[in-house]
Design a protein around this ligand. Sequence first.
Ligand code: UDX
Length: 451
Amino acid sequence: MRISIVGTGYVGLVSGVCLASVGHDVICIDKREDIVNKINSSVSPIYEPKLEEMLNVVIKEKKLSASADISWAMKNSEITIIAVGTPYKDGAIDLSYIKECAREIGVELAAKNEYHVICVKSTVVPGTTDTVVRAVIEEASNKKAGSFGLAMNPEFLREGCAVDDFILPDRIVIGAYDERSFEAMASLYEIFDAPIIKTNLRTAEMIKYTSNAFLANLISFANDISNICESIGGIDAMDVFSGLILDKRIAVSVEGKTIYPGLTQYLKPGCGFGGSCFPKDVKALMSHSINHFYYPKTLDAILSINELQPKKMIEKLEGLIGEIRGKKIAVLGVAFKPDTDDIREASAIKIIKILLEKGAKVFACDPKALANTAKEIENEMLFLSEDYRDALSDAEGALLVTSWQSFMDIKPSEFIQLMKTPAVVDGRRVYDRKVMLEAGLQYTGIGIKYQ
Ligand code: UDX
C-alpha cells in the first residue's frame, strides 16, 4: 500500500521505516527541511537501534522517501498516518500539532477524488479522533467522514527496541470510524503475525493510555512498597519482590524452568520512571478524567510516588557522605533508560538539578545522552563525560541512575580505586549489595534501609 506519515519523531520514523521494510511504499512528511534531507540521505535524525541500517536499505530500494510537501505526499498515498507530538502543557494534553496537521490534511483531502484514510497514531486522549480530528478534517475538506476513512491505531513501541516492537507486535489495535476504514488499516498490517483488536475510535485511544498507566502503576506500586520496607527497616525490597513474583499467577514454570513475564521488570524499586510516554500520558489521562468529573485516585498516587523517588536518591547520598556542598558527585546515566539518548522527564535530570542547587560539583556520564543533557542544563558546575572513569575519579559519591550495561559491569574494586570516598547509591538496584559491602564500599540503594 502507499502510505504517507506526518511527523518523523520516534513513532513516525520507526513506523515509516518498518512499514517500508515489509513492502509498503512510504513517504515521511516533515516541515523541517534539514530533517527531510537527513532522512533522504539515509541518516536517522534520532538514535534508535537498527533504525539507521534499515533506513539505509529502504532508501536504496526506493520504498521510503521524505518530503516537506504534504500535498504531493497525500496525492501519492492511500493512507495518511498522523504521528506528530502531543505534549503535556499547562495541565492538559496539547493538541495544537494534531489540529494543525488535521487541518492541512483536510485541505488536501478537498482536492482529492479518491478514497483516502486518515489514521491517528499519536497518543491522544479518548474521544479526540472522533471529535476534534474529525471536526477539523470535515471542516477543512468540506467532506463528511465516511467519504474519507478515519482510524486510530496506537503504537506500543518502547524506545531502545522500537524497531523490534513494530516488526514483532504483540497486538495491533485498530479503532475505526466504519468498516471501510477498518479494512484499509487491516490490510496495512496483513503481513504481521499478531492479533488485531477491532474497536471504535475512543476505545483504541483508551487502550493506549491504560497500557501505559498499568506499567507506570507497577513501577509506582513497587516504589510504594519499597518505601514501606525502608520505613520499617531491615527489609530489602528486592527480596520482597523476588518472593512476590514466584506466585504462579505471575511466573510460570515450563519444564522445570521458571519463566518471568516481562512485566515483572517493572516490579522493582528504583529512582522513578521517565521518558516521553509514562509521565505525560498518566498526567494527560488524569486531567482528562477530571474534566469528565471523575477523580482518578490511582493515577494521582502513581505520579506523586514518582515525584518522590529522585529526592530519595539525594537523601540516601547525604545519609552516606553527609553535606554535599563542594563535593564532586558522579551521576552514572542521564537517559531515562538504557539504549536511548532520550532524557525527557528522566530522573537523572531531576537529580542533577537538586545536586547543583545543593552546591555539588556534578560529573554526569552517559554513553548517548550527553548532547541532550548539555542542551537541557547549562551550569558551570556540571561536567559531562562519556567515560565513567572521568566521573568517578576523585568523586566523593556516585549515584547509579540509568542501568547502562557499561555501568553495571563496573567492579567494586574500580569504584574503590577511582573514588576519593567510595560511596555508591544504587537507583536501579543493579549491584549486588553483599558484594559491594564486602568489598568495603559504602553502599545503599532504593529499597534498602538497615540502620
Ligand atoms: C513505554 C511503553 O512501554 C510503550 O509500550 C509505549 O508505547 C511507550 O511508552 P518507553 O517510554 O520506551 O515505552 O519505556 P519503558 O521501557 O516502558 O520504560 C518506561 C519507564 O519505566 C522508564 O523510565 C524506565 O526507566 C522505567 N522502567 C522501565 C523501570 O523503572 N523498570 C523497568 O524495568 C522498565
